[in-house]
Design a protein around this ligand. Structure first.
Ligand code: T1G
Length: 696
């Protein structure tokens, strides 16, 4: 059985070409074929050497991540490389595409590596909470030195092959005729008495490199306030073995560490995140061949903070952008804001002055709506959250924008179907919910209205990807997915404050969980006054936050909110005055005060939020539970080591979660905290979210 690898003989050289779409992952059948075919070539007297290459734009993408949790069957890459290193015939890797993880490890185990220019290589296992498990921690240091190998493995970064050549990780980079050059390398190696093997070399450097890395890692971990990652510690230990342990013994220890990490919660969470991000790209009814109109010109209606951020995002990606705002002073303010942003990007070296100038030149400014949308292929409405105003704008856009133009709203919670009903083109109405700052945050909630066509979705998904966003298609409901779930955490945060928790106690629970910021810190950053104004306009009240806002404590922008921000201090310091304000509100509302423990805080901040996620899945507001995890990983700072709210529920245990929510509802007297019917049903039947994810 050699499915997955094509075997051809050309002029006495056997070419093994991995052919396992879409990325030549090392699935079991590929590993089996490689092991069979390398022996076939070795035993054939007519074969003087072997070239290993791949099909398509990827050489080999590494282990099959979709199967990484399955019991390992059949021969391994380690078996393949052990055979290669025992051969007397040269084996040359012809890296025609991206070589990552086990894919790059295969190349490292060959006698030489010839790469086609413009491609990339790397050992990204650390991004999955792993370490290389096919000899990368032993062969790479022997080729590039311990310090460089450690940096590559701990960072998991991809390198251009040109850099890999400079470092010694590949032997040649060619512009074309890759196979021809690889064949020449076979003959060059045949002329040598001994075949070069990475395992026979000593890694340059010494244990001081290891200690330096360990110190740097400990400092970074301390800086991040974490104990760092087990993968990083394991990687440092494995590379250290390359100095003072027999090669085969070190290989065995590497596999032990890899196997231990693979089942760790962090690796499981990161693998889930990787697959959920890719699964979210699959939208029912939208295929790669779904017809879509090209979008070249985009009009952005509303030159506020969001409008300006969206305009930058689009201009950076090469779109012609028409910013429209009836208030000339808003246009001027947006132009200033955008110039400042580009100036910062250039100043920080994030963008060249030329690229900034080119992007800025793509922006045009209009105060007249008809003129601003006259050439638009897409119009993104980004005015403030006044539904009557949005409806009026959509009715006008329906008249004024070109017939083919898509009409999108950046609203963060309003009814897209109601906006569609204001137009004569409901099939081309969609939500594009950016997250602030729109030119930085990756997440884009694409809100699919009842009438939104697959063609419209296809165009918007293309734009998302071209602008470097991570789109998640969501249904029409108040707050869509992210904000709808976050509301549950906001409600509990306010209750916990009234019950006696300080902002610091609340925030610390979530920063210990892995968030960069807790809910109070986030509100201070975003501005407490934003929601406060909306509630005032609607005649609503939320305590104690609205009393805090009444006192002019709007967060960082006013130097104090939940915390004090002395001049130049961004992290915020505890403020006894704030605690007095909250205690006053609690007294007025007759809320009993008590000591609330960290575990209760954590469960109240996370579990009602997750419970709402189960409602969202049950209502069909997402295609799969993993989509919610992608929303939270890329829009709400959910720690990647925890995989996302739904993954966290799964690992915590659905029955345990449902029972905790029941207990919470009874203890707090809040029936709305009961587990949703869907969660309770899964919990009681032993169902799993992973099974639902796998079905889509
Ligand atoms: N295994 C299985 N499927 C994979 C895969 C993999 N390694 N990589 C990608 N896919 C699927 C992906 O889910 C999607 O599927 C499709 O391919 C296109 O992916 C022993 C154990 C190679 C740079 O971490 O970085 O080796 O949605 O959209 O943008 O030490 O994929 O079509 O069903 O990302 O062109 C280490 C992970 C594994 C590389 C291509 N390797 N992949 O990017 O395509 S651990 C990695 C990538 C390991 C060894 C250890 C990227 C890519 P679907 P895509 P892309």
């Amino acid at each position: 059985m050699t499915e997955g690898v094509v075997y051809e003989v050309n002029d006495g050289i056997a070419v093994l070409r991995v052919d396992n779409p879409p990325v030549n992952a090392l699935s079991p059948h590929v590993r089996l074929a490689l092991n069979e075919l390398i022996r076939k070539a070795d035993e054939d007297p007519a074969i003087r050497g072997v070239v290993l290459t791949g099909t398509g734009k990827v050489f080999v993408a590494g282990a099959d991540i979709k199967l990484i949790n399955m019991p390992r069957t059949g021969p391994t890459i380690g078996d393949f490389l052990a055979h290669v290193e025992g051969m007397r015939k040269p084996v040359v890797a012809a890296v025609q595409g991206t070589a990552l993880g086990g894919g790059f490890e295969i190349a490292l185990g060959c006698h030489a590596r010839v790469a086609l220019a413009g491609n990339r290589v790397g050992l990204p296992e650390a991004t999955l909470g792993l370490i290389p498990g096919a000899g990368g921690t032993q062969r790479l240091p022997r080729l590039v030195g311990a310090a460089v190998a450690l940096e590559m493995i701990v960072s998991g970064r991809h390198l251009e092959v040109e850099e890999a050549l400079r470092l010694g990780a590949v032997d040649a980079v060619v512009e074309d005729d890759l196979l021809g050059h690889a064949f020449a390398w076979v003959d060059r190696l045949l002329a040598r008495s001994l075949l070069p093997r990475a395992r026979d070399r000593q890694p340059s450097g010494d244990m001081t490199d290891i200690e330096a890395a360990r110190t740097a890692f400990d400092c970074k971990a301390a800086e991040l306030g974490t104990n760092g990652t087990a993968a990083t510690q394991a990687a440092i230990a494995a590379v250290a073995d390359s100095f003072d342990r027999d090669f085969d013994e070190a290989l065995a220890r590497e596999i032990e560490a890899f196997t231990r990490l693979r089942t760790s919660p962090v690796a499981q969470a990161r693998i889930h995140a990787f697959l959920a991000e890719r699964a979210a790209r699959h939208v029912p009814g939208v295929k790669s061949d779904t017809p879509r109109r090209p979008v070249d010109t985009v009009a952005v209606i509303g030159a506020g903070t969001m409008g300006a951020g969206i305009a930058i995002t689009l201009a950076n990606a090469g779109y012609a952008v028409c910013v429209v705002d009836a208030a000339v002073e808003s246009l001027d303010a947006a132009r200033t804001r955008i110039n400042t942003t580009y100036g910062d990007l250039v100043g920080r070296g994030r963008m060249s002055a030329g690229a900034a100038e080119t992007a800025r030149a793509r922006l045009r400014w209009f105060s007249d709506l008809a003129e601003g949308v006259a050439e638009a292929d897409l119009v993104i409405e980004a005015v403030y959250e006044d539904m009557d105003l949005k409806k009026r704008i959509f009715a006008e856009l329906s008249r004024l924008a070109p017939d083919h133009a898509i009409l999108a709203s950046n609203t963060s919670y309003q009814d897209i179907d109601a906006l569609a009903r204001e137009t004569a083109r409901p099939e081309r109405v969609v939500g594009m919910h950016y997250f602030s700052p729109a030119n930085v945050m990756k997440l884009l909630e694409v809100v699919r209205g009842a009438a939104t066509s697959p063609q419209t979705l296809a165009s918007v998904l293309d734009i998302a990807r071209r602008t470097g966003k991570i789109p998640v298609v969501v249904g029409v409901c108040y707050g869509f997915v992210g904000n709808r779930m976050l509301w549950q955490r906001t409600v509990q945060t306010q209750k916990l404050l009234l019950e006696g928790c300080s902002p610091r106690e609340i925030d610390t629970v979530l920063t210990n969980f892995g968030f960069r910021m807790g809910p109070c810190q986030m509100q201070d950053l975003a501005g407490i006054d934003v929601a406060w104004r909306l509630r005032k306009a609607r005649g609503e009240r939320m305590e104690p936050v609205d009393t805090i806002a009444d006192a002019g404590r709007w967060g960082q922008k006013t130097g104090k909110g939940y915390y004090l921000y002395p001049e130049g201090v961004r992290t915020g310091v505890d403020d006894p005055e704030l605690l007095e304000i909250v205690a006053g509100v609690a007294g007025r509302l007759k809320v009993p005060r008590r000591r609330v423990g960290g575990e209760e805080i954590r469960k109240r901040l996370l579990f009602p939020l997750i419970n709402e996620g189960f409602r969202i899945v049950e209502e069909g507001m997402v295609e799969r539970p993993g989509d919610i995890d992608v929303v939270y990983l890329h829009g709400y700072g959910w720690p990647r080591d925890k995989g996302g709210p739904m993954h966290h529920a799964e690992t915590y245990g659905l029955k345990r979660l449902a029972d905790d929510l029941d207990r919470m509802a009874e203890t707090l007297g809040e029936e709305e905290l009961r587990p949703t019917r869907f969660l309770r049903e899964l919990a009681d039947t032993g169902g799993s979210l992973a099974e639902i994810d796998a079905r889509t």
